[in-house]
Ligand binder design. Structure first.
Ligand code: COA
Length: 160
């Protein structure tokens, strides 16, 4: 079992992420949700905002912790004594990028494994950018984001 790390930008967290968090948490002793920086993206929500939204979403799930890290995922894993990365796959389109990341991480630290979970079919079309696009144009986001986070997300775009 041990410590699993679920990394991502979480800009913002969605119900798709929560589905992976709940299914991964039962497979390990501790799940760390790690908010990292994807240098090819400019986040809409600040690190503090993304962490706050995750805290609201995750609540008091007993073996789930939230952290942030600016650097390589493998270095974060090493600091935490974690050996397993959890990632969700929504569609074939995710596969190539995720395989590349898994192989780079494996090359950097051969003791680290990446565990892929198929995203729930009802979230296979969902992404953080779709949520941001809906919020920007005043669309309903409640079905796509965790309870208690919609008003904060809409407020960011003056849509609350
Ligand atoms: N349900 C719904 N949406 C999901 C999902 C799920 N189960 N899983 C992923 N997504 C969405 C995310 O919301 C995100 O949407 P967006 O592109 O619209 O914002 C998209 O799928 C991609 O998510 P993810 O694969 O988690 O990428 P990310 O950009 O959020 O995070 C990092 C990538 C931060 C984990 C990665 O860049 C990283 O490890 N960075 C640190 C530096 C490093 O070590 N790099 C590797 C060596 S080069």
């Amino acid at each position: 079992m041990g410590v699993f790390v679920y990394p991502g930008s979480f800009d913002p967290v969605t119900r798709g992420h929560m589905d992976i968090i709940d299914r991964a948490a039962v497979l390990c002793d501790k799940l760390i949700v790690a908010v990292l920086t994807n240098r090819s993206k400019t986040p809409a929500f600040s690190m503090a905002e993304r962490l706050d939204l995750l805290r609201t979403a995750i609540g008091d799930r007993p073996n789930v912790e939230i952290r942030s890290f600016d650097g390589l995922l493998v270095h974060f894993m090493e600091n935490e004594g974690a050996k397993t990365i959890v990632k969700g796959l929504r569609a074939v389109s995710d596969f190539e990028y995720e395989m590349q990341m898994a192989l780079i991480n494996k090359h950097l630290d051969p003791t680290i494994e990446t565990l892929f979970m198929m995203a729930d079919a009802k979230y296979s079309f969902l992404s953080s950018s779709a949520v941001r696009e809906l919020a920007r144009h005043g669309g309903q986001v409640d079905d796509f984001v965790p309870a208690g986070t919609a008003s904060v997300i809409l407020a960011k775009y003056d849509r609350s």
